[in-house]
Design a protein around this ligand. Structure first.
Ligand code: HEM
Length: 200
């Protein structure tokens, strides 16, 4: 349940929250989906369509950066690990690596609290270390379901934005992050959904 279900649910909930707070990005995703599926029923979205949603993909990645569903992973060192400053992590030590901390490190991500999907444009991604963005962890025991998870999130966001406008509920205080095994929000994430005009 943890691996395949709660992670994707957390990723989608925070993605909707971020799109609800940035109507201009939400609208750009909607237009991308509508142009791609013009003349077709949204229910007919195909696997091949999913590679043709570049801006939506950038929004998903930026949301996974800002609100990574899995906030940390642990690994036991199977050999001594020399660090750049000369210190050594000895073999046998278990390290906790913060995905959340990496994604909010201002040396890697200027203004880390800002939701800016353009960080993931091809130009802006050039030269960035792959280790600076690790929502699915890295190395031989990384997430086996990451392609499936990305596909699932694209389909859900495409179908949702084709039918609804998402808004934040300004009557409620901003959510506080609650990192458990999965990144949740205290008291949940509450959004307002308005049916798009002309959509049944
Ligand atoms: C947004 C969605 C997801 C996120 C952020 C995510 C994240 C992660 C992370 C960080 C790990 C490494 C855990 C560790 O090293 O201790 C992991 C492992 C794993 N994930 Fe995902 N995951 C997601 C969706 C999925 C889905 C949809 C599936 C299955 C269909 C899945 C299956 C797995 C499995 C089986 C492992 C263990 C791999 C191993 O130990 O070799 N995950 N995931």
């Amino acid at each position: 349940m943890f691996e395949g279900h709660d992670t994707t649910a957390s990723g989608l909930a925070w993605l909707f929250y971020n799109l609800a707070g940035h109507p201009e990005h939400q609208e750009r995703c909607r237009q991308e989906v509508q142009e791609l599926l013009a003349g077709r029923d949204t229910a007919d979205i195909e696997w091949e369509d999913l590679s043709q949603l570049p801006f939506t993909t950038m929004c998903i990645k930026e949301s996974l950066r800002l609100h990574p569903p899995v906030t940390a992973v642990s690994r036991r060192c199977t050999e001594d690990i020399p660090l750049r400053d000369g210190l050594i992590i000895p073999k046998g030590v278990t390290c906790l690596m913060s995905i959340y901390g990496t994604h909010h490190n201002p040396d890697l991500w200027p203004e880390p609290e800002v939701f800016n999907p353009l960080r993931f444009s091809p130009e802006n991604s050039k030269g960035r270390s792959p280790s600076s963005f690790i929502p699915f962890s890295a190395g031989p025991r990384n997430c086996i379901g990451q392609s499936f998870a990305m596909a699932e999130m694209k389909v859900v966001v495409a179908l949702t934005l084709s039918r609804f406008v998402l808004r934040r509920d300004t009557a409620r205080p901003p959510p506080r992050r609650k990192p458990e095994l999965i990144l949740r929000a205290e008291n949940g994430l509450w959004l307002l959904l308005e049916p798009l005009p002309g959509v049944a």
